[in-house]
Design a protein around this ligand. Sequence first.
Ligand SMILES: N[C@@H](CCC(=O)N[C@@H](CS)C(=O)NCC(=O)O)C(=O)O
Length: 217
Amino acid sequence: MKNIAVWGFSWVPAFAHGLVRDLRVRWALEEAGLAYESRWIDPAQRHSPAYRRKHPFGLVPAVEADGATLVESGAIVYAVAEQSPALLPAERRIETLTWMFSALNTVEPPLWNLFVIDRLHGDEPWAALRRPGAVEEARARLAALADTLDGREYLLDRFGAADILMVTALRFVRHTALVAEFPSLDDYVKRCEARPAFQAALRNQLAGYMRHAPAAA
Ligand SMILES: N[C@@H](CCC(=O)N[C@@H](CS)C(=O)NCC(=O)O)C(=O)O
């Protein structure tokens, strides 16, 4: 992959800082040692014809590389991992892919659901009714994941692409104490977030928001 540009939103509210899914793409690129530039789309322009030509659903992230445009954060992390034996070791390929899919399809949905209830609809009457069930669904998924991670540093025997997707999914409930209920999970998230590549990715995402922040009234 060459001439890589990562598209993220130019600005999001503070509760979404460090959660928008271009973070996982930046993290993978940093881990793989691939240089990239940042491009910022104003959220109000995400359905403009120009941006929809990059992303059919008007979402972020999108990545331009080698003259092509990639979308879907999981697919982009996979494409980056293909360039990096450290992220996707040949001998652990299927297990890595299995955990990448688990992060996106099994763990992320209940956590994202809770994030949407709390952060996007918290003031609506139905949110209070739906929340307890959503918390239990999230907790059950986290409990099972915590069992898997008990005694392990990473999902597989070393850090890889699946951990990038899993940790960025777990961050969706950082506004709750759910992850902290499970010491093996809490340690896992902290261990992964301490990686210099994660810190660089986060810095790059936040720098974009700071640069484009609306002027104070
Ligand atoms: N499955 C997609 C989801 C992308 C997605 O929902 N991105 C959010 C930001 S994290 C977005 O663009 N939201 C704007 C919207 O929903 O209109 C992926 O993983 O790339």
